[in-house]
Design a binder for this molecule. Structure first.
Ligand SMILES: [Ca+2]
Length: 176
């Protein structure tokens, strides 16, 4: 399973899920992290080691936020999910901006992520570890669904190399 990473690709006719840029809520506190926030405006459901990071907070301050001032973080085996409605028979892909967390000492994390629609794997990749912490666009494998039933879109941390690993995600769109 692959998907491609291409910084120049612009998604065609994107469908944007609510809170796709993770601007809500604004994390408070010294760390600037909202761990597994809940609520209507949040739209996403997070596992307990995932949530929203403020641009000047502990997890995102060395990565230039590409859209707005907040991003999602997926630490270790954390995940985020949202139910999406898709039309049967149409070719879709999931696309988002992603970066490995750049730490204060200049080292870069190597979190690997899996992207799924329901149980189906549509992307399994390790985002590029960029020295300047910039985000690149990931686009999943194309997929179709057989019926109009709502489906769970999820991005899951794998923490394959163990230790401490965090990836940052922003601007999720479903193209089709
Ligand atoms: Ca954002």
């Amino acid at each position: 399973m692959g998907g491609v990473i291409d910084a120049s690709a612009t998604p065609a006719s994107p469908e944007t899920p609510p809170n796709a840029s993770f601007e809500s809520p604004v994390p408070s506190g010294r760390l600037g992290l909202a761990v597994a926030p809940r609520g209507r405006a949040v739209a996403w459901r997070f596992g307990r080691s995932a949530g929203i990071a403020r641009e000047d907070g502990a997890f995102a301050r060395n990565n230039p936020t590409p859209a707005g001032s907040r991003v999602a973080f997926i630490r270790n085996r954390g995940h985020l999910r949202q139910v999406v409605s898709l039309r049967p028979g149409r070719a879709y892909a999931v696309s988002f901006l992603v970066a490995q967390r750049l730490l204060d000492d200049g080292t870069v994390d190597r979190q690997a992520l899996q992207v799924r629609i329901g149980p189906r794997l549509i992307g399994d990749f390790t985002p590029a570890s960029t020295a300047d912490g910039r985000f690149v666009r990931f686009t999943s494998d194309a997929f179709t669904v057989p019926d109009a039933r709502p489906r769970l879109l999820s991005i899951n941390g794998t923490n394959r190399k163990r230790g401490e690993d965090t990836a940052l995600v922003d601007q999720i769109v479903v193209t089709g």
